[in-house]
Design a binder for this molecule. Structure first.
Ligand code: ADP
Length: 482
């Protein structure tokens, strides 16, 4: 169990020995079973959608200011319970406690942002081509939304979706990742404490076996008007296909494969520090983390030396322990995948500069790893690694850097380091990515639009645009036809 200041946050967590329709939640750092939660089925998902449909019109009819007050209160509660929430997050997900605390603050920032942004769901008055007509648009809540959220940021990804949906006047049915249901349950509990009416934010926990059918229900149920998903491109494609019959509006944040490009004119120490945080934060289990580090040949050797030295100093361990910078991977499947990618790269000619195998701590801990001589033929170049493995790639010209950077199907985040003002604009325009960090490795903010192009997804979260996903535009034409 988890010792909390405010135990009610985990009222839905059942003892580890409970029987019945439940599944276990484990701590990836120790293997300890933290307890069990309800294993819901399709019928439960359907019932939650029905209750959400019943509750949503009254919520949409609430003035945006009143909705915003509840969301702001929720932001305050998240910060008030930051210690408990961070502890829950670290126990079920594995990330260092300092990162977990940061995630709770980040989650709160979305409720704070959308509490205000909901008040700006403006319509338009459009100049008419004829004097006897008046044309205008209004924006209205789309209805019930559903969300399928990932395990890598179980609190903030849920917050980024739910804050926008609730601010717009929608209800949102949540299916959290099976590895991290407790964070979602705790957030929903605080939403209730903040005064959110019943039925608007149900959390449908389910294990890996029950999940696909619930996902399919979210796609096919005509009462769900918007489906928001963050996860793998593989599952995203499946959700698109299943949503065809109900013509669902989809907001998809799928896999990334971020290039991190260091030009010869970069501030080298800033680039090393940026690459380190981008690559190893959350043990590399981040869709916007540096997946391929491209370095100009003029500084390659110096960069590699400094980067390897810094990566070698990272403290790996249980996220609860002071000073730990890299926790375990989420589960055994993740460890297997990371090792398979490293083995594939070495088979095809890459060289290890650091790590390359499971960590001596055992379980799912993996050594911070750096590979060099990486080529586009290797899986580490083409696929999202989702682990603490940094492939280094040498380039000799800006054109080559652009070609290598764009040579995958993904288009989520990209980063580059340069001090040349001309290049900064020129290169940012060439990158086929939805987000570009320039001399900055930490780009996610509630004010900024998060999202990808190409096969990294559809739509944007956060920012002004994030609200649009949950609003319908209605055009009103007033006048006479003659
Ligand atoms: P994985 O954990 O297998 O890599 P994802 O990262 O895509 O898969 O998981 C993100 C979310 O998608 C999680 O909440 C997971 O439960 C959910 N999910 C997995 N498979 C499906 C599916 N077939 N339909 C709907 N949701 C799914």
């Amino acid at each position: 169990m988890i010792a909390l200041e405010y135990p009610d946050l985990l009222e839905a967590l059942l003892p580890a020995e409970s029987a019945g329709n439940t599944f276990a939640v484990a701590d990836p750092a120790t293997g300890e079973i933290l307890g069990r939660v309800t294993n819901n089925d399709v019928a439960a998902a359907r019932a939650a959608i029905q209750s959400a449909s019943a509750a949503q019109p009254a919520w949409a009819a609430h003035p945006a200011l009143a909705r915003g007050r509840i969301l702001r209160r929720l932001a305050e509660l998240l910060l008030q319970h930051q210690n408990d929430l961070a502890l829950i997050l670290t126990r079920e997900q594995g990330k260092p406690l300092s990162e977990a605390r940061g995630e709770i603050a980040f989650a709160a920032s979305f409720f704070e942002w959308f509490a205000e942004e909901g008040r700006r769901a403006y319509g338009e008055v459009i100049p008419a081509p004829q004097g006897d007509k008046r044309l205008l648009t209004i924006r209205q809540a789309a209805g019930v939304a559903a969300a399928i959220t990932p395990w890598n940021f179980p609190v903030s990804m849920l917050a980024r979706k739910a804050a926008a949906a609730l601010a717009a006047g929608c209800a949102m049915v949540i299916k959290p990742a099976e590895q991290t249901p407790l964070s979602a349950l705790a957030l929903a509990r605080l939403a209730r404490n903040a005064g959110l009416p019943d039925g608007l934010l149900p959390v449908i926990t389910a294990d890996r076996d029950n999940t696909p059918a619930i996902g399919e229900e979210f796609c096919r149920n005509p009462a769900v008007r918007v489906l928001s998903f963050t996860g793998s491109t593989r599952v995203g494609r499946q959700l698109i296909a299943q949503s065809a019959d109900s013509v669902k509006r989809l907001a998809l944040e799928l896999g990334g494969n971020a290039p991190f490009i260091v030009f010869g004119d970069a501030d080298l120490d800033a680039a090393v520090a940026g690459a380190l945080v981008s690559k190893f934060r959350n043990a590399g289990q981040t869709c916007v983390c540096a997946n391929r580090i491209l370095v100009h040949e003029s500084i390659f050797d110096t960069f590699a030396e400094k980067f390897v030295a810094a990566a070698a100093r990272l403290k790996v361990g249980n996220g609860l322990d002071a000073g730990v910078e890299q926790g375990p991977l989420i589960d055994a499947r993740a460890l297997e995948k990371v090792q398979a990618l490293v083995d594939d790269a070495i088979d095809k000619g890459a060289r290890l500069l650091l790590g390359g195998k499971p960590h001596a701590l055992g379980r799912t801990f993996y050594e911070p790893t750096v590979l060099t001589d990486v080529t586009p033929a290797m899986r580490v170049f083409q696929e999202e690694i989702f682990g603490p493995v940094a492939p280094l790639i040498r380039f000799s010209s800006e054109t080559e850097a652009a070609e290598l950077a764009n040579a995958t199907e993904a288009g989520l985040a990209a980063y580059f380091y340069s001090r040349d003002a001309q290049r900064i604009f020129r290169f940012a325009e060439v990158l086929q990515y939805g987000m570009v960090g320039i001399n900055s490795a930490m780009i996610s903010l509630p004010e900024a639009p998060f999202g990808g192009i190409r096969q990294s997804g559809l739509g944007r979260e956060g920012a002004r645009l994030g609200l649009e996903e949950y609003l319908d535009v209605k055009y009103l034409c007033i006048g006479q036809d003659q």
